[in-house]
Design a protein around this ligand. Structure first.
Ligand code: SF4
Ligand code: SF4
Length: 392
């Protein structure tokens, strides 16, 4: 079968990489990276095969590969590469490229290719949300309660519309990746057992929530410095803190949306209030280590940080800090002008975060979980009666 060759795939991926440090064209397929990768055991040829796909313009195969998302950026492969091809940076750049290709709006491509594009998309969302909030903002002085200053009903309405649009965008992205995976496996003659899908989804959800693969990476990698770190500083726990804290805040916000009377102020011991504040503190714990390690730049995956590597944790940190500040201000008898400004900034930043979810590095929350499910599904014992071939 004739293949449509995209001769610029490697160049396109490099535009999503960490500047000039990404020189995967130097790779001569020695296989060292595969030998040391903690995840290569159950996925032969990983990550070398991904690099090969980029070198020979196998775009469809690369975008259909769930393996791209299983990498946890531990950096073991980069440390052992004799050609300084930086395979870990390649994997990160390829994931960024994939996010852009799964997105149908074109905004992800704009945001992920350059710092200017990233800031442009962020500024665009910020301007839209600010304009919407300003249109209903009340200027009754610094004593105005927060949800009168910005009417709770208006924040609620914008939030509902935002979640609907982002949900749709995320759905199309996930559908795009799943469709490519499905087509590719069919073309390879891989029998997918539909009956194994629920178990694969369960396994992926457990993997993602418990960070089992991440822990496996940490346990099997030969990084002495990381192994010597106390348990509360282990990379997987730091990542779990950021993700778990963020999910707790998201759940608290969603429950508030669904069950709390709009714009009402609940007591500090209200369950969603406790869940949100605890999630914020846990998230902040993880973010502190992420930012410190990026600043120090001593160990993988923090040695070389692109703008996108900084952007998401900084945005999340500022959002959490302003949110925790508002948690206090909301109970003050007089919020003060500073309270109003911080509240305004927090609402805009929180909306920015949600809007950017399917478009930026943040999207790995979606695609990695999906990839884990697709990987488990692909490697489930085949029951040919329910395979895609039986359906074709
Ligand atoms: S170790 Fe380096 S040169 Fe060898 S296959 Fe991996 S990326 Fe290529
Ligand atoms: S960064 Fe780690 S998990 Fe990812 S490909 Fe390299 S060795 Fe494997």
């Amino acid at each position: 079968m004739a293949r449509v060759v995209n001769t610029s795939l490697l160049q396109k991926i490099k535009k999503h990489g960490a500047g000039s440090s990404l020189d995967v064209s130097a790779c001569f397929q020695c296989g060292n990276c595969t030998a040391v990768c903690p995840l290569a055991e159950d996925s032969g040829g990983f990550p070398r095969r991904m690099i090969r796909m980029a070198q020979v313009d196998m775009e469809q195969e690369l975008l259909a590969s769930e393996e791209l998302w299983r990498c946890y950026a531990c950096g073991e492969c980069t440390q052992t590469c004799p050609r300084q091809a930086d395979p870990a940076a390649f994997m990160a750049a390829a994931r960024s490229y994939a996010i852009s290709r799964y997105d149908f709006t074109g905004l992800a491509a704009l945001a992920n290719r350059s710092i200017v594009g990233n800031l442009l998309v962020f500024a665009m969302f910020s301007a839209v949300f600010s304009a919407l909030l300003l249109s209903r903002m009340h200027t009754g002085g610094p004593d105005l309660p927060l949800f009168h200053f910005l009417p709770g009903e208006w924040i609620h309405s914008i939030g509902v519309a935002l979640f609907a649009v982002v949900g749709l965008s995320a759905f199309f992205g996930v559908a795009s990746m799943t469709w490519r995976f499905w087509q590719q496996r069919r073309s390879e003659g891989v029998a997918l057992n539909l009956g194994a899908l629920p178990a694969a989804i369960y396994s992926a959800a457990a993997d993602a929530l418990l960070h089992r693969r991440f822990q496996q990476c940490a346990a099997e990698s030969g990084a002495d410095a990381r192994a010597a770190q106390p348990w509360y500083q282990q990379p997987w726990l730091i990542h779990a803190s950021v993700m778990g804290g963020f999910l707790a805040m998201l759940v608290a916000t969603t429950l508030d949306f669904l069950f709390k009377p709009i714009g009402s102020v609940v007591p500090p011991w209200y369950p969603t209030r406790i869940l949100g504040a605890a999630g914020g503190l846990v998230c902040l714990y993880g973010l502190t280590f992420v930012l410190l390690r990026r600043k120090q730049g001593k160990e993988h995956p923090y040695q070389r940080s692109s703008f996108a590597d900084w952007f998401f944790p900084v945005l999340l940190t500022v959002t959490v800090l302003t949110g925790l500040f508002c948690e206090v201000v909301v109970y003050l008898p007089s919020p003060t002008a500073l309270g109003h400004i911080v509240f305004f900034a927090h609402v805009v930043l929180a909306m920015d975060l949600v809007a950017l979810l399917p478009l930026t590095k943040f999207a790995h929350v979606l695609y990695r979980t999906l990839a884990l499910a697709l990987f488990a599904w692909r490697h489930a014992p085949a029951k040919v009666a329910a395979s895609v071939h039986a359906e074709a």
